[in-house]
Design a protein around this ligand. Structure first.
Ligand SMILES: *Cc1c(COP(=O)(O)O)cnc(C)c1O
Length: 368
C-alpha cells in the first residue's frame, strides 16, 4: 500500500475526490458517439479556462512537457530563429527542445528568482527581425516567479512574431486571458492548479499560429504531436479520424476538474489562490522564513522560501513527509539546497492546507 500524502509541492497537487471518482467510471470506446460529444464539451470547458475562442484547443495525451514540445515542433522549422526567455528550469527546457527542432534559438537569460524583463526582450526582438516566435514561461515553478504574459505577448505581436507561453502552473491559479492578451500558443498541465492527476497537457493555438502550421514546408518531426493530425481527431466537426487511443478515463478526470473550476468561477479561483498565499506568507514570515522573490513578482501558487543558515533542508522535508505526510518541493539547479518550494495549487489551496503546512514546518524546523 502506498501512503496517503498531502501534496504541497510544485505538483502534483491534491486531486479532488470527485476527480478520483470520475477516473473510476467505466471506460467507453474513444470513438463512441457519446465520447465524441464528451470531447466537444471538454474542449469547450478548456476554452473557458483559457479564456479563448480558439478552435484548436485540446488536451495532449501526455504531461506538460509534451504540450511544450507540441508548441515548439509545430511552430518551428529547421533554421527558424526563436527568442526564448530563460529564468528557470522550464525556459531552459524550451531552449533544448528548440535546438532539437533544428531551430536557431536566441536565449535571453535572467537571474533565477527574477521575472522576464520586457525591455530586454524588446531590444532582443528588435535585433532579430527574422525571429518567428518569442517563448517564455508565465509562471516559473522552479523559482515561484510570475512574468507579465500580457506585455510580453503584445511585444511579440508588435515585432511580427508568434508568442508561445508556458502556463503549466499559471492556468487556474493566476490571471490568464489568452484572447485578450493575444497569446498565439499556450500549454498547461493537469496536475498543478487544475488538481487532476498528471498525464495530460491542455494546449490552445490561435488562428495565426494554425496558419503557420498549415504553411509549413516540411511536416513536424513528431508524428504524435503533429497538430494537423491531432485536430483531425479532436477538432469540432472534424472527421474524428483515428490518431491514437485517447486516454478515456484520464479525460473523465480532467472534465470533472474543469467542471469544479467553472462551478467556483475562474476569477474566484484566482482570488482564492491570492488569499491563501497571503495567509501562508504571514505564517512563513512569522517562522522567520524569507521569500526568494520580490513581492510584486510572487506566484501565489508556488512559494519559494530560502533555507535558513545551518538548517539541513533535506532533513526538514523528510520530517514533513514521515511525521506529517506532507510533501513540499526542494530547489532545482542553482537553487538546489537553497530553497523550499511550497505549493498552494488548486485543491491544495485551502485554509486547512495553510494551517497544516505552518504547523508541520514549525515542528520540523524545531526538530531538524
Ligand atoms: C510542471 C511544469 C512543466 C512540465 O510539466 P510535466 O507535466 O512535468 O511534464 C512545464 N513547465 C512548467 C512551468 C511546469 O511547472
Amino acid at each position: 500500500m502506498l501512503p496517503k500524502r498531502t501534496l504541497m509541492g510544485p505538483g502534483p497537487s491534491d486531486v479532488y475526490p470527485e476527480v478520483l471518482e470520475a477516473l473510476a467510471r467505466p471506460c467507453i470506446g474513444h470513438l463512441d458517439p457519446a465520447f465524441i460529444a464528451f470531447m466537444d464539451e471538454l474542449n469547450e470547458l478548456l476554452r473557458g479556462a483559457f479564456l479563448t475562442r480558439n478552435a484548436a484547443t485540446l488536451p495532449i495525451s501526455a504531461p506538460g512537457s509534451a504540450g511544450m514540445e507540441c508548441c515548439l515542433v509545430n511552430l518551428l522549422e529547421p533554421g527558424n530563429t526563436i527568442v526564448i526567455a530563460v529564468n528557470g528550469v522550464f525556459g531552459t527546457r524550451m531552449l533544448e527542445i528548440a535546438r532539437r527542432c533544428g531551430a536557431d534559438p536566441v536565449a535571453v537569460e535572467f537571474e533565477w528568482g527574477t521575472p522576464v524583463d520586457p525591455d530586454r526582450i524588446d531590444s532582443v526582438l528588435a535585433a532579430h527581425p527574422d525571429a518567428v516566435a518569442l517563448a517564455f514561461v508565465h509562471a516559473e515553478t522552479s523559482t515561484g516567479v510570475r512574468s507579465d504574459a500580457e506585455t510580453l505577448s503584445n511585444l511579440a505581436r508588435r515585432h511580427g512574431c508568434l508568442s508561445i507561453v508556458d502556463s503549466v502552473t499559471g492556468l487556474a491559479g493566476i490571471e490568464l486571458r489568452v484572447d485578450d492578451w493575444g497569446i498565439d500558443a499556450i500549454y498547461s498541465g493537469t496536475q498543478k492548479c487544475l488538481s487532476a492527476p498528471p498525464g495530460l497537457s491542455p494546449v490552445s493555438f490561435s488562428e495565426r499560429a494554425m496558419a503557420r502550421v498549415r504553411a509549413r514546408a516540411t511536416p513536424p518531426q513528431s508524428w504524435f504531436l503533429d497538430l494537423e493530425l491531432l485536430t483531425g481527431y479532436w477538432g469540432a466537426g472534424a472527421k474524428r479520424a483515428y490518431h491514437h487511443t485517447a486516454p478515456v478515463n484520464a479525460l473523465f478526470g480532467l472534465h470533472e476538474a474543469l467542471r469544479i473550476l467553472h462551478a467556483e468561477g475562474l476569477e474566484q479561483a484566482w482570488a482564492r489562490h491570492a488569499r491563501n498565499h497571503a495567509r501562508l506568507r504571514d505564517g512563513l514570515e512569522a517562522l522567520g522564513l524569507e521569500f526568494l522573490v520580490a513581492p510584486q513578482y510572487r506566484l501565489p501558487q508556488l512559494n519559494a522560501v530560502r533555507v535558513p543558515q545551518g538548517v539541513d533542508e533535506a532533513r526538514v522535508r523528510a520530517v514533513l513527509l514521515d511525521r506529517h505526510g506532507l510533501e513540499i518541493g526542494a530547489g532545482l539547479g542553482p537553487l538546489a539546497g537553497r530553497i523550499w518550494r511550497i505549493g498552494l495549487m488548486g485543491a491544495s489551496c485551502t485554509e486547512h492546507h495553510v494551517a497544516l503546512c505552518l504547523e508541520a514546518l514549525g515542528d520540523a524546523l524545531g526538530s531538524a
